[in-house]
Design a protein around this ligand. Structure first.
Ligand code: PNS
Length: 157
């Protein structure tokens, strides 16, 4: 059984993340979307519970997708889940630089795990959680970058 882990901050989940989750779910038997829960990364806009709720609601139509959270090192979580694959999205060359470094370190720490990169769909190549948060804060339009459920949650923040 191939288990994939798609880790991230998901503060909040965007349409770009969702597209990637759908595509990655076809590549593995089970995909766990894992929200990082790390004090050192700061509190963020949404709590981990809220991020999990938004992910659960927006992935409910995908039967082999589960949502969870983790703290500490990603490789330790991967080992605990008996997963084989880490999934990450690539939007830009900058992502590539950072992701390459992370994948190399993770491979050193856990040799039998592979990182698989999916190229973000072009319509979402410029979408990030941080830009969505900023647009929401300054009351700019962001509805096209997030699922409806997340749009409502942002409005209420
Ligand atoms: O959505 P993000 O913020 O780009 O996700 C980054 C994430 C959560 C994948 C990354 O920060 C991570 O794996 N953190 C856990 C700590 C860890 O394992 N670090 C070692 C890799 S250098």
């Amino acid at each position: 059984m191939k288990i994939g882990i798609y880790p991230g901050s998901f503060d909040p989940v965007t349409s770009g993340h969702l597209d990637l989750i759908e595509r990655a779910s076809h590549l593995v038997d089970k995909l766990i979307v894992a929200v990082l829960f790390n004090q050192s990364k700061g509190k963020g806009l949404f709590s981990v519970e809220e991020r999990i709720d938004m992910l659960e609601k927006t992935t409910a139509h995908l039967p082999n997708v589960a949502v969870d959270s983790f703290s500490g090192l990603l490789v330790d979580y991967v080992k605990n889940q008996k997963a084989n694959v880490i999934v990450r999205g690539l939007r830009t060359a900058l992502d590539f630089e950072n992701e390459m470094q992370m994948a190399q370190i993770n491979k050193q720490l856990l040799t039998d795990v592979e990182t698989v990169f999916l190229v973000t769909a072009p319509q979402y190549a410029f979408v990030s959680s941080s830009s969505v948060r900023e647009l929401a804060y300054f009351k700019g339009a962001y509805g096209m970058f997030v699922p409806k459920y997340v749009e409502e949650k942002l409005k209420n923040k």
